[in-house]
Ligand binder design. Structure first.
Ligand SMILES: [Zn+2]
Length: 318
């Protein structure tokens, strides 16, 4: 690809070295559009406006967005409604189905991350409107959250959660306080990855658990949808982690990998959303059916740990 790309706007975008190994050389893997722009907006764009580049580090293979919006620009790419509280309060069949699945997923998350732990202090980084915190609070955990969106944090606060507003890299998190720190699809959003991970790891007690869920760029649905895979989500997702990337990032910080699991519902979520954001002339019923089938295949592949559409990594601090 030879698009000049978004890097032609240095006031808004920056080129970065590999956030894992520091190498300055990489190869372009894909050019992707912002899925949250409307189809009409995308059609009227100049080609370079769609040219968000996912690159692979030449040294360690890590996949990341490069160039990317500068940290102070990132908020402009999160539309209002990114955290939609109405989703959980809708009526009718859809609302009931959504709440049932959400409750099931909260229970699944609780069981997977807190197995063999007694209750204690929990920090959820990127807690959104606080659903997971509320769920865990009811089960006896002393909960705190970090959330960069003031609107989402305000909703979490109304739900009774203690939430620090900001990027974890910029906050003074207490050290050695937490028994469990969770990041549900939030690590890939943090612009200063190294500093944020330093603070997060320091906040854990020795023996504490770190649970990180991220989309899997090596999943079957990622390979099927290629540039149309929803979880590239440029320019909001800045990194795309494989197991070895997280190990490289966390092992020097005293973290030992315990367990890898596939996230249960993400294959369907990713496949169906990839279908809806992929601009094609195909009939909607065909795309819904194809999305469901791709989701099923990815779901089955996820029985092998680390092969699913999203992966939950459990690490223990030594
Ligand atoms: Zn690298």
């Amino acid at each position: 690809m030879n698009n000049t790309g978004v890097g032609d706007h240095p006031a808004v975008f920056e080129e970065i070295p590999c956030p894992i190994c520091g190498s300055h050389t990489h190869q372009q893997l894909l050019s992707v559009a912002d899925r949250l722009k409307s189809k009409a907006e995308r059609a009227s764009d100049q080609p370079q406006d769609n040219a968000y580049k996912i690159v692979a580090c030449s040294s360690c293979g890590f996949l990341f967005l490069n160039p990317r919006p500068r940290a102070e620009e990132l908020h402009k790419y999160y539309p209002s409604g990114y955290y939609d509280p109405h989703l959980s309060s809708g009526g009718g069949l859809f609302g009931s189905l959504f709440r049932t699945i959400r409750h099931f997923m909260l229970k699944w998350k609780e069981v997977k991350v807190s197995r063999d732990l007694s209750t204690g202090n929990l920090l959820d980084v990127g807690c959104g409107t606080g659903e997971f915190l509320v769920h865990m609070q009811k089960r006896g955990w002393d909960v705190s959250g970090v959330e960069i969106s003031p609107d989402a944090a305000q909703i979490a606060g109304r739900n009774g959660c203690n939430v620090l507003v900001g990027d974890p890299a910029d906050l003074n998190l207490p050290e050695e306080k937490y028994d469990l720190v969770t990041l549900w699809h939030s690590l890939e959003h943090l612009p200063d990855l190294s500093k944020a991970v330093d603070k997060i790891c320091a906040s854990l007690k020795t023996g504490g658990r770190l649970a990180i869920a991220v989309p899997n760029p090596e999943s079957i649905d990622a390979k099927f949808y290629k540039a149309h895979w929803v979880a590239w989500d440029a320019p909001r997702h800045l990194y795309h982690f494989r197991s070895r990337d997280l190990t490289s990032l966390l092992k020097p910080r005293g973290m030992q990998e315990e367990r890898t699991l596939s996230m249960l519902m993400d294959p369907f979520y990713h496949a169906l959303l990839s279908e809806t954001s992929w601009v094609t002339g195909l009939k909607s019923w065909f795309r819904a059916l194809r999305g469901f089938l791709v989701g099923c295949i990815s779901f089955i592949s996820g029985f092998k740990p680390g092969q699913g559409s999203s992966t939950l990594f459990l690490f223990r601090k030594h």
